[in-house]
Design a binder for this molecule. Sequence first.
Ligand code: FAD
Length: 464
Amino acid sequence: SKALVWLRNDLRLSDNPALVAAFKEADDVTAVFIFETDEGIRAPGGAARWWFNRSLTDLSERLAGIGVHLLVEKGKAETVLRRVLKDIGATSLHWNRRYHPAERALDSHIKERLGEEIAVESHPGNVLVEPWDIATGTGKSYSVYGPFWKNLRALDIAEPLPAPKGKAVRHKRVDENYREPKWAKKFAPYWTIGEIAAQDKLAAFFDERLTDYPQGRDFPALAATSHLSPHLRHGEISPRQIWHAAKAFAHAHHAQTERINKFLSELAWRDFNYHQLYHRDDIVRVAMHPKYEGMKWRDAPEQLEAWKRGRTGIPMVDAGMRELWETGYMENRVRMLTASFLCKNLLIDWRVGEEWFWDCLCDGDIANNPGNWQWVAGSGMDASPFFRIFNPVTQGERFDADGDYVRRWVPELSELPDKHVQQPWAAPKDVLAKAGVKVGETYPEPIVDLKETRERALEAAKAL
Ligand code: FAD
């Protein structure tokens, strides 16, 4: 018999429950990936489309190696699926579940409609624990991370599944591609894409960087984290694989257990955000604490543009925004402070920033991106309070004390001594002259006064 697997955010062979189920049931398996045009389905951002194109090319070769053709199609999901099912004569359809309200609605609609004619089965593959399988003592969904993590870490997370085995078929090239932005081309030197690369990166992280992780993750110049996020976003690796690999590593290296737990507690934030995505309203559009819907955001197109382009005159903010633009990635601490600068110092709606990150991040994730923006903006569940306003200068002095991160991304400040690199506008004239920096010419004046705008933000929040 023949089965079809609909791949979405799960571009891998191993630990892919939908693929495994199709292999169990049928002797002929085909896979399809759809550039979905259904209303309400959030189209991937530019950076993610760039990633998808390369990941799909890699995946189609790997799938051919186990006897599966990958079809890449475009259109409304139900229409495409009907056509493909008919073309190949499949009698069953499998996919791994996703959790955005619009995605769930579409998937259940398709399940109902196609289920009248063929067997349709969905599987858990993209989170550690499905949002409805974890609840508070009183059976409610979690709104605080601490107890969520406490519960999650004690659960038996399902073991990852091995990749199915099959006889290779001739590989057909993927001929449908996402339209990708020209600006994404510059990402190439920074990334190796695909399932094998993701597994290699995980192993290298344990071997080389884990020791520094708990402290190092806050120091952006160290790049001490795993950088697995774009791989996770496209499902080239599953969270269960990471979880079990980490547990195995901790078992073999007892001294590393605490560090591994810190890493897994970060990984679990991803599940926490999926938990919110499932249980709350659409976290992409609606503040989870409704009072924040009353916030009087500013419309400041020039300041917004300066933020996007890394020309705010605040070195840590500019370094982060340029790293993002150049690589499709930004270190977590810098994400927090650039986001805080936008929605607090500039008082621009977090949704505007979320959109920009969505477009520019290779890991732009349907739960993690809005979840973290709401965390910074104070409107999320278990968010950082609004009055906690990051000062990007003191953050820089603390987490980039020798200015390595700023120098890397803002080269026009590279000759400034450490002491002044986070605050060029306050440096003595002779120091600036020696470093070849003219504030207002070679590097912008700060577009806002950090102290004044901090007060303004606090006033705006008070008025809620
Ligand atoms: P590691 O520290 O190695 O962590 C491993 C994995 O754990 C990550 O890949 C990620 O899946 C998960 N994780 C780590 N930190 C967080 C966190 N704070 N929240 C949720 N999951 C986490 N992450 C995304 O994956 N996609 C996004 O679109 C995204 N947007 C963000 C926007 C803002 C404003 C902020 C402040 C954070 C955002 N994050 C996002 C969370 C975090 O910054 C990234 O997951 C992390 O920097 C990715 O690097 P890494 O893989 O090296 O992380």
